[in-house]
Design a protein around this ligand. Structure first.
Ligand code: GAL
Length: 656
C-alpha cells in the first residue's frame, strides 16, 4: 500500500524539483503522478517534441526512489492545435463550439484530434517504454460521456443508430416517434438532444445518445490503451474517474484498462443529516465493485477546495489521515493526494494541495506525513480482501434514465442505493456494489433498487439468484421501461411481477409530502417521494400504509419464490425504516450484526482466508467508543484492547 502525490513540475521553477523530491522522500511519498496536463510542454510546436525536462524530473525522482504514474496529456491539447483545427473543439447542445481557455475542449470523436492524440501517446510511450520507474499509465483525465454535437459526432451517432436498429422504420418504432410528429423520413433528420431540458425531449432518443456517448468514451480509452500496450505489453493502465453529470458506464470504461482509479474528495463539512454519513463509503464500495478488485485513489482531498465554487472550510484535524485510511479500508491500495503544492497561478489556485501558497508545510502536511508513516504499518493487510455477504446492484442505465426524466422532486436513483448501503453499514456489514450481470451466487442478500430500464440479461440474472435460494430486495420504479426507455404496457413491476408476487395497482408520486407506513411488528415510519399501492398475489405484506385513501394497502411485501425470498419496498422511507428492515433481513439470512455502533462509525472486515482484520473509521465529529467482544490487537499501535476509542475521523485496525 502506497501514498503518493500529484505533482506538476511544469508549474514550478526547476530549482524546486529536487527540494520537493527530497521532502517527498523524507515524508514517505512513494509515487508521483506526472504530466497529466503537460501537452503544450511536451509538444510546444506541432511535431516538435521535448521530453528533456520530464527526463530530468524523472531522474530526480529516481534518485529518491519515487515511482511515477505517467499520464497521457490528451485532456488539454495545446492552443496551436485548436487554432490550426478549430473543428476538433466540442460543440455544446446548442450546436455552438464550447469556449476554449479552460480544459477538456477536445472532441474525442474527431479523427483530426485523434491523429494528434495517437502521436503524442506513441511518442511518450516509446520514450518511457523501458523505464521501470513508470509503474502505471493514466489515460487522459476524468473522462465523461461527452454530449458533443459537432458534425462528426452527429454523423457517428446516426451511423451508430442505423447499425443498432437496421432501418429508419425501426428507429422510429424504437423511439415511439409517432408522438408529436417526430418521425424521421431520413437518417439525416436525426439530431442529438438539444439544449432544452431533457425532460422535454424524447426519452428514447436521450437514452440512446447517452449510450452512444458513453460507448465513444470507452472506445477512446481502448484506442489509447492499445497504443500503450503495443509498446509495453505489461503496462499497468488506468484512467481516473469521478461522479460527474454525464458519467460514462464505469463498467465499460474500466473494461479497457487494468485498474480503476477514483478522484476522492469527501466532504470537508459533514452532512448536517447523519443519515448521509455513509454516502462516501458508498462511492468507495462502488469503485471497488467496478472490477471487483482493489482500486487506486488518483486524487485525494488535501486542503480546502474551491476555485469554481466558493472555498470550503479546511479539512478538520484527522480528515487528511482518516479519509485516506477510509479509502484503503474500502479497497484502495494506493492513495495519491491532489496535490503536492497548491498552484500559485491558473484557475485552480484555490483548490488547495498539501502545502499552501506560502510553501511552508503546515498542519495538514504534518498529518499527511503521519499518514505516510501509518500506511507503512499496513503490510499485514496488504494481501487481504473484502468478502461481502451483501451486494447492491448499480446500473448506469437506470441512473441515466432517471436523470433524463426525474420522477418526483428529491427522488434520485443513486440515493435509493445509498439508503440500503447506509442501513447495512450501520450494522458493520461489508457491502459490494456490483453490476447487474455479476455472479450473485455467493451473496446472502442482493438489493436491486429501482430496476427501471429493462435489460434481459440483468433480469434473468436476478431471477436466477432468487430461484437458487437468494434473498432479493427490489424497490419501486422497477420494470417501468423497456430497453428503449419507453413504458412497458403491463401492470408494474412488469417483468419482475412473478418475483414480487404483487402488483402495483396504482401509484402516488407524493414528492416531498409524507405518508406513514406501519410494519408487521407495529413500527411506524414516515415515507415520501413515491408510494406504490400494491395488491398481493402470492406475497405477504411486510408493511402497510397507515393513512390517506390507500390506508391498509401493502407498501412493502415479502414473497417466497422458488427457493428464494423476495422483498419489495414500494415506497421511500425515513432511514429508521431501512435500518430496521436491514436488521430483520440480516437476522433472517444469518448475517452477523454489530449492534450499537455509534453514528458515522464505519466497519470493514478484511480477510486473507486465515486472519480477519476489522477496520474502524469514525466519520463523525464526535469521539466514538466501540466495545469488542474480546480483547484484540491493534495493528497500528500493537496494543491489545477490548474497546476501540476513536477521535473524530480516527481510524484503527484490530486483528480478530
Ligand atoms: C479533479 C481534476 C483535477 C483537479 C481537481 C481539483 O476533478 O481531475 O485535475 O482539477 O479536480 O480541482
Amino acid at each position: 500500500m502506497k501514498i503518493g502525490v500529484d505533482y506538476y513540475p511544469e508549474q514550478w521553477d526547476k530549482s524546486l524539483w529536487e527540494k520537493d523530491a527530497d521532502l517527498m522522500s523524507k515524508t514517505g511519498v512513494k509515487v508521483v503522478r506526472l504530466a497529466e496536463f503537460a501537452w503544450s510542454r511536451l509538444e510546444p510546436r506541432e511535431g516538435e517534441f521535448d521530453f528533456a525536462w520530464l527526463d530530468e524530473v524523472m531522474r530526480i525522482f529516481a534518485r529518491y526512489r519515487i515511482d511515477v504514474v505517467m499520464s497521457i496529456p490528451t485532456n488539454c491539447p495545446p492552443l496551436w492545435l485548436y487554432r490550426k483545427h478549430p473543428e476538433i473543439i466540442q460543440k455544446g447542445p446548442d450546436g455552438s463550439p464550447i469556449q476554449t481557455g479552460i480544459r477538456g475542449h477536445r472532441c474525442i470523436n474527431s479523427e483530426v484530434f485523434m491523429s494528434y492524440a495517437r502521436r503524442i501517446t506513441e511518442r511518450m510511450v516509446r520514450h518511457y517504454s523501458s523505464s521501470a520507474q513508470v509503474i502505471a499509465w493514466q489515460i487522459d483525465n476524468e473522462l465523461e460521456a461527452y454530449q458533443c454535437t459537432c458534425d462528426t459526432c452527429r454523423k457517428k451517432f446516426r451511423d451508430w443508430l442505423i447499425d443498432k436498429h437496421d432501418s429508419i422504420a425501426n428507429i422510429n418504432a424504437a423511439f415511439g416517434n409517432s408522438v408529436w410528429s417526430l418521425e424521421y423520413s431520413d437518417i439525416s433528420e436525426v439530431e442529438p438532444p438539444t439544449a432544452y431540458p431533457k425532460a422535454w425531449q424524447n426519452p428514447a432518443l436521450c437514452l440512446e445518445f447517452q449510450r452512444f456517448s458513453s460507448e465513444c468514451t470507452a472506445k477512446y480509452v481502448k484506442e489509447l490503451a492499445m497504443i500503450i500496450k503495443r509498446e509495453i505489453p505489461k503496462a499497468n493502465l488506468t484512467t481516473n474517474t469521478w461522479f460527474c453529470e454525464n458519467t460514462p458506464d464505469f463498467y465499460e470504461l474500466f473494461d479497457q484498462v487494468d485498474f480503476v482509479s477514483y478522484d476522492n474528495y469527501p466532504p470537508v463539512m459533514l452532512p448536517a443529516d447523519p443519515d448521509e454519513f455513509y454516502s462516501h463509503a458508498f462511492h468507495l464500495d462502488l469503485m471497488r465493485g467496478i472490477k471487483g478488485k482493489k482500486f487506486w485513489v488518483m486524487e485525494q482531498l488535501s486542503g480546502p477546495t474551491g476555485s469554481w465554487a466558493p472555498m470550503t472550510q479546511t479539512p478538520r484535524p484527522g480528515q487528511i489521515m482518516g479519509y485516506s485510511l477510509q479509502a484503503i479500508a474500502h479497497g484502495a491500495d494506493t492513495v495519491v493526494h491532489f496535490r503536492w503544492r497548491t498552484a500559485v497561478s491558473g484557475a485552480e489556485m484555490h483548490w488547495h494541495g498539501l502545502i499552501d501558497h506560502s510553501n511552508v508545510p503546515g498542519r495538514r502536511f504534518n498529518e499527511f506525513a503521519e499518514l505516510c508513516n501509518t500506511v507503512g504499518k499496513l503490510g499485514l493487510i496488504e494481501s487481504t480482501e473484502i468478502v461481502s455477504d451483501i451486494a447492491i446492484i448499480y446500473c448506469p442505465e437506470n441512473d441515466w434514465a432517471f436523470k433524463i426524466q426525474p420522477q418526483t422532486e428529491g427522488f434520485y436513483y443513486l440515493e435509493q442505493l445509498k439508503y440500503f448501503h447506509s442501513a447495512f453499514s450501520r450494522y458493520g456489514a461489508n457491502i459490494d456494489i456490483v453490476p447487474a450481470d455479476a455472479d450473485l451466487s455467493h451473496y446472502k442478500v442482493v438489493v436491486a433498487p429501482t430496476m427501471y430500464v429493462y435489460d434481459r440479461k440483468s433480469a434473468e440474472n436476478i431471477y436466477r439468484y432468487a430461484i437458487n435460494g437468494g434473498t432479493l430486495i427490489l424497490t419501486n420504479r422497477s420494470g417501468v421501461k423497456d430497453s428503449n426507455n419507453n413504458c412497458i404496457m403491463q401492470p408494474l413491476p412488469t417483468v419482475y411481477k412473478e418475483l414480487v408476487g404483487a402488483e402495483v395497482t396504482e401509484y402516488d408520486p407524493i414528492g416531498n409530502n409524507n405518508q406513514t407506513i406501519v410494519d408487521f411488528a407495529g413500527n411506524r415510519f414516515s415515507c415520501s417521494q413515491w408510494c406504490d399501492i400494491l395488491t398481493l398475489t402470492t406475497a405477504k405484506a411486510y408493511a402497510e400504509y397507515d393513512d390517506g385513501f390507500y390506508r391498509c394497502c401493502p407498501a412493502v411485501t415479502m414473497n417466497r419464490y422458488c427457493n428464494g425470498v423476495v422483498y419489495y419496498v414500494g415506497t421511500i422511507c425515513e432511514m429508521d425504516f431501512y435500518e430496521s428492515f436491514a436488521g430483520n433481513v440480516m437476522r433472517q439470512t444469518g448475517i452477523p450484526r454489530l449492534k450499537g455502533l455509534p453514528a458515522g462509525v464505519e466497519v470493514t472486515t478484511r480477510t486473507n482466508g486465515i486472519d480477519e482484520f476489522i477496520c474502524f473509521f469514525n466519520n463523525s465529529e464526535e469521539n466514538a467508543e466501540i466495545s469488542l467482544p474480546k480483547a484484540m490487537f491493534s495493528i497500528l499501535t500493537g496494543v491489545g484492547k477490548d474497546k476501540v476509542t476513536l477521535k473524530p475521523f480516527g481510524f484503527d485496525i484490530v486483528r480478530k
